[in-house]
Ligand binder design. Sequence first.
Ligand code: NAD
Length: 491
Amino acid sequence: MNSFNPLLIGAEAANNFVAGRRLVGDGMAMDVRRPSDANVYAALDSAGAGQVDAAVENAFSAFKTSGWASTDPRARMKVMRRWADLIEADAARLAPLEAVGSTRTIGEILAWDLSYTAECLRFFAEFADKMGGEVVATTPDKLGMTITEPYGVVAAVAPWNLPLVMAAWKIAPAIAAGNSVVLKPSELTPFSIVRVAELAIEAGLPAGVFNVVQGDGLSVGDPLCRHPRVSKVSFTGSTATGIAIMRACAETGPKPVTLELGGKSPQIVFADSKDLGQAAATVARAITLNSGQVCVAGSRLLVQDKVAEEVVGRIVAAFEAHRMGATWDDATTMGPIISEKQLGQIDGTVSRALAAGGEAVTGGRRAPAPQQGSYYLPTLLTGLAQDSEAVQGEIFGPVLTVQTFADEEEAYALANDSAYGLAAGVHTGNLDRALRATRALEAGTVWVNRYGRSNDFMLPTGGFKQSGIGKDLGREAYAANLKSKAALIQL
Ligand code: NAD
């Protein structure tokens, strides 16, 4: 039994975390709502301009003086492992804190998010003594080498859709590499990461190495990214915000920036799929997981015409079997949309698609739900043109568009006709076709006969085209948190 009483969960006082302590923000106060029932459950005390500055200055001073960057890499590794252990041990407190104001169900958080967050810290901790520079080939009278060094202060800006997991992708490689971090979580899901910051201190991370500042994008995120002591920015969120952040980094640096942005990922089902039932179940899950509020949500089904009817029928059945409800209800299989604003955007796009001649085979409207929260029915749209808004734009909700194709060539042409290039899925029993697809698809990740990530942290994640620049996870993410210095010594 995972249920908890949401009425008992409120924000703990002081929501910012600077120099190893909780700090009451002196900026704008914001109400934070539970998307599950629309109630305000806590107040967020945003950091004021002076506090954002102080957080970065503290991080800089910790970088210079705390010894974290210069300590034995294996000592860094041990602290991060302890931190991961403490996160797992704190599940009874952290999981409700994460679930109450987010769209993640308590079951998902306990089964996956917390252990994944902890394992992400462990994974990057292991790099601390394994990735340095190299001695390069040169003439015998010289020694040439590259030396890797942390940047200093890394600013991280995170979204609301998987609050702890997204934060972990940013902070784990940056801190393992010896940087100090100032993180701004989404103002919609601000609280759980503050508890994680407290656990870092308990694990032995020096004060000031990991800081959290709260607030919205314009009053806190933008000045954080622009701060002159910030040497690198790592962002996950929408493409529009990513562009604004890149501009801020150009104007105040230039600073290197990693951008993990939006997507409109295709799932291609070929008639020769090994198991059409399995393929349809995977497609359905990939657009209803977290109510479609996942960057890699498989939001475009491309299905070979001869099996379209069967596959669509199975997906509709899977959609209609969902039980929508609060994140704290054990029976919930699909939680809420993060806010009324987001729900309005989803519904607006669907309404325009229907007005333009599309058909909602199922769904197409907000869901009647036991609570007064923001719920949207899993929706399957057919009859839309390739250039229509619903096929081209990221909806970030449980909305699947369906198009059919005759052959492989047409499938790849439709799949690649997108401004985004984050992920793609392919279902086929033909090995040659699977391998051709992995080459043909313009996406940062291609999944074959599955959809969605695993615990294979070595696989980097990141998008092509408007889906971003750079990678989270994998060796690339660790390397992106280090700068490389060349040294040439005349012997
Ligand atoms: P968002 O862009 O609205 O906000 C993301 C973060 O940026 C928030 O913390 C916000 O406060 C902050 N922000 C907003 N404006 C800012 C500015 N001018 N300067 C600095 N910070 C600013 O995105 P969202 O609605 O929170 O998240 C959903 C989006 O994130 C979707 O587009 C989704 O695809 C994307 N996403 C991408 C990945 C990935 O790995 N590619 C992962 C998760 C989510």
